[in-house]
Design a binder for this molecule. Sequence first.
Ligand code: ZN
Length: 160
Amino acid sequence: MCSFHYEAEVTFRLAMPFHLTRIQYDQIVAQARDEAPLECCGIVGGRGDQAQKVYAARNADKSRVHYTIEPKDMLDATRDIEDVNEWEISAFFHSHPASDAYPSPTDVREAVQSGYSECSRFIIVSLLNPEKPVMRCFWLRGGIVSEEALVVAGNERLGA
Ligand SMILES: [Zn+2]
């Protein structure tokens, strides 16, 4: 499912943070708040290092500590991203309502099992401090956690 050359992409991405617009950032945080104390989840369609659209998805698990993107929502988002717009699945996002914005061992394992760890980022928003959400972006290639800086339009840099 990855279309680009692996080594070239590694070299490229190290120099390039991932970009979200303020509206996209706010959309993810708002969804996390709306669905707390359950985990929320969704998909980010994009091109290169720029997010184009945030797709909210239902968490089929309805859980405080785990998420599974509802298969119908995954299918609809994938069609719009890849077939309609010819973008890429840039990232998957989910919330940690009561823990840090860092991938759990389960997050890493399931990302690898899904196959998407090799071509998509994983964004986590923590509501541990509800007044101050923290959003961070990771690559989980081969099960190795590697943070990528997030830039929200307006040059506010989050995470690494
Ligand atoms: Zn998680």
